[in-house]
Design a protein around this ligand. Structure first.
Ligand SMILES: Cc1cc2nc3c(=O)[nH]c(=O)nc-3n(C[C@H](O)[C@H](O)[C@H](O)COP(=O)(O)OP(=O)(O)OC[C@H]3O[C@@H](n4cnc5c(N)ncnc54)[C@H](O)[C@@H]3O)c2cc1C
Length: 244
């Protein structure tokens, strides 16, 4: 069967796209390599709580259950996405990894997975900006133990003693703050970072970004360039850890 659109990836972005295509009666399927919707959230570390409140984490007006101003944990988010898919009856093929995409002629694409070839006139790639971790090759054999953040789940994985966290983005800082309670942690950063509070005057940071239209700044505008250059750290964890 040939579809009008194939969406590759069934995370937030792919599901949101699927919902919109369904509203417009466009024929489509979503192809996802995981066995269940929401897995990319479930695979993240146990203590992960979103920095976007529930009312800023929802799709198309479908509420995330609970206090709209509260912050959902990763499993809540995964469950929410799964329910969103089921309630909206979005057609999704699981357990199929897209390994090749090719264009045949003017207006046709072949989407090739390990087991099948699908055809469509248009393709949406929604495979996630954070889905494939970048793991630098820094092993020199001196560390007794090392682990990438994408494989980190909780402090019980980390042997007792000193821990060096390399990378002071939001993930590195949150893991550093968590390990700080059980280990001696040092956070390595290439430059001092700036953190912004998660809640300002009782309102979510994202409410303020929306109010002043900062979140909608074009990539090449003055504000857009600043935001592209350094993603701010959200919350107060950065202040609690030792840095080098
Ligand atoms: C630690 C961490 C914390 C975060 N916290 C927040 C937060 O608080 N708030 C927020 O808004 N965002 C947060 N993000 C960003 C978050 O990743 C995105 O908001 C959200 O997951 C992006 O959705 P997505 O659909 O673009 O990608 P993903 O959720 O990553 O979905 C990508 C999908 O594509 C599928 N896929 C990938 N490659 C293939 C392939 N070759 N073939 C088939 N399927 C494929 C995957 O199985 C997956 O289901 C966080 C990210 C990280 C890493």
């Amino acid at each position: 069967m040939e579809y009008e659109v194939i969406v590759i990836g069934g995370g937030q972005a792919g599901l949101a796209m699927g919902y919109s295509l369904k509203q417009k009666n466009v024929s489509f399927i979503i192809i996802d390599e995981n066995e269940q919707t929401g897995i990319s959230w479930r695979k993240r570390y146990d203590s992960l709580r979103l920095f976007t409140p529930r009312n800023y984490s929802q799709l198309h007006g479908f509420h995330v259950r609970g206090d709209p101003k509260g912050f959902p944990d990763k499993n809540e988010m995964a469950d929410y996405l799964n329910v969103f898919r089921i309630k909206n009856d979005l057609p999704i093929v699981h357990n199929e990894k897209v390994i090749k995409l090719s264009k045949n002629g003017e207006k046709k694409f072949s989407v090739i997975t390990q087991s099948k070839t699908y055809k469509a006139k248009q393709i949406v790639v929604a495979t996630g900006a954070f889905y494939n971790p970048f793991v630098p090759n820094i092993h020199d054999g001196t560390a007794s133990f090392d682990i990438h953040a994408s494989k980190y789940r909780n402090p019980s994985q980390i042997p007792k003693g000193n821990v060096l966290i390399i990378g002071a983005g939001n993930t590195g800082v949150q893991i550093a703050a968590e390990l700080n309670k059980t280990h001696q942690v040092t956070l390595s950063q290439s430059k001092p970072m700036k953190s912004v509070p998660q809640v300002i005057a009782g309102r979510s940071l994202f409410w303020w970004l929306e109010k002043f239209r900062i979140g909608r700044a074009k990539p090449n505008s003055f504000i857009g360039k600043i935001l592209r250059e350094r993603e701010p750290l959200i919350g107060n964890d950065y202040k609690t850890v030792k840095k080098m």
